[in-house]
Design a protein around this ligand. Structure first.
Ligand code: HGY
Ligand code: MN
Ligand code: MN
Ligand code: MN
Length: 399
């Protein structure tokens, strides 16, 4: 089955009728359906499948072992996301195995396809949760206690999915098996369109993090409360949204986004008592993101004080700049006839693993250049070209 054919099997799973696109979040019904699809497809290729203590799925071609060649990505999405971000890398990995098996290739070293859990953080708020747990780069207790919008903890959701919540945490045994890791991913920008190439090699991932700003004031009646008597948390929240854009516009190559803002109680005729918003900040380099957020914190505190409100700011996740392994990056380029190399502002599990094992990425052209949106796209011809490129490099890595 080609990668485009495998992807086609996922059409409609988790389609979000209200927001458009796909909403597939760790351990929810659509994501569990994708897990079942992956296990079934991997077993059809004769791969041995196991779900690890953090909900990541490993499909081994032959016996698990050290110095393994591992490829894969994620199946979960952002709310209302596209069809390719994540599943493209998983479908291409399965298609690459089938291509290699079809030509009679057998890996000369342990070989696995992996699906990481909750890469988008769309349910529990921390991106790359599965790969952070695998590598021990998130405190296990903090991870277990993460709550989704309905108040369900990750531990409770994991238990319902059949995991032992007490075992959630670092997995040095499985991490220790990985020799090198390559993730194929749809490009989340227009680089390849402008360069006229179907595939690129990843070079860097810029630093990025997520902060929660919780503003609290006095809930009250929208009609019976004079402006002079208000302590409306929506005001400093709105000023913080605008300040984030202003600060990101003045810092080189910076990005700051507020895509999620939740007033409580959320009535049209009600002055909110609290407003929570989340800032996604990303600036290349090892200090830019943190200093942008520091300035934003000052602006938020001043705005809150001016309105007689309080604000509490919590860092929910942060990742430093990542440069992918130099030797692997050069090998990927040589093996694929020197395709373009692309930096990215998008986070990936490969960037989490890069701190522990030589990791690299391949990108597949996205003609719209749009991602985290139903408009995310990749032509079938490019999808299948990407799977062939992945098969090529995996064969070289596991010979
Ligand atoms: O947010 C990101 O950059 C990635 O899609 N998780
Ligand atoms: Mn994404
Ligand atoms: Mn992704
Ligand atoms: Mn009333």
């Amino acid at each position: 089955m080609t990668a485009s054919g495998l992807l086609g099997e996922l059409t409609g799973v988790g389609a979000d009728r209200t927001r458009g696109g796909y909403s597939r979040h760790v351990f929810d019904a659509p994501e569990r359906e994708l897990r079942t699809w992956f296990v079934e497809r991997a077993q059809r290729l004769g791969l041995g499948v196991e779900t690890d203590l953090n909900g990541n799925i490993w499909a081994w071609w032959g016996a698990p072992g050290p110095d393994a060649v591992v490829t894969g990505s994620h199946l979960d999405s952002v709310p209302g996301g596209g069809a390719f971000d994540g599943p493209l890398g998983v479908a291409s990995a399965l298609a690459a195995v089938e291509l290699l098996q079809g030509k009679g290739f057998r890996p000369g070293k342990p070989f696995a396809v992996v699906v990481f859990a909750e890469e988008e953080g769309g349910r529990f708020g921390v991106p790359c949760l599965g790969s952070r747990l695998l590598t021990g780069t998130i405190d296990a207790g903090k991870a277990r206690a993460l709550r989704d919008p309905d108040g369900i903890t990750f531990a409770e959701a994991a238990a319902k999915a059949g995991l032992d919540p007490e075992r959630i945490g670092p997995d040095p045994e499985r991490l220790g098996r990985i020799g090198r890791f390559v993730e194929l991913h749809v490009e989340q920008g227009r680089g390849l369109v402008d360069l006229g190439s179907p595939v690129a090699v990843g070079s860097t991932v810029i630093a990025h993090g997520r902060w929660r700003f919780s503003f609290s004031g006095q809930g009250n009646h929208a009609g019976a409360t004079l402006i002079s008597d208000r302590r409306d948390p929506m005001i400093p929240a709105a000023e913080t949204v605008v300040a984030a854009r202003r600060l990101a516009s003045t810092a080189a190559d910076a990005r700051a986004t507020v895509g999620r803002l939740v007033p409580t109680p959320g009535g049209t005729n009600v002055i909110a008592s609290t407003v929570d918003l989340w800032v996604d900040a990303r600036v290349p380099g090892d200090t830019g993101t943190l200093s942008l957020v520091e300035e934003l914190t000052g602006a938020a505190r001043a705005a809150a004080e001016a309105e007689g409100c309080r604000v509490e700011i919590t860092r929910e996740s942060y990742s430093d700049d990542v440069v992918f392994d130099d030797a692997l990056r050069r090998d990927l380029g040589t093996w694929l006839g020197s395709p373009p190399e692309l930096p990215t502002g998008a986070g990936h599990d490969a960037a989490i693993l890069a701190g522990f094992v030589p990791s690299g990425m391949l990108y597949v052209r996205n003609p719209t250049g749009i991602s985290h949106s139903p408009e995310e796209f990749a032509e079938s011809a490019d999808v299948d070209e990407g799977a062939r490129a992945l098969a090529e490099v995996l064969e070289k890595m596991s010979a």
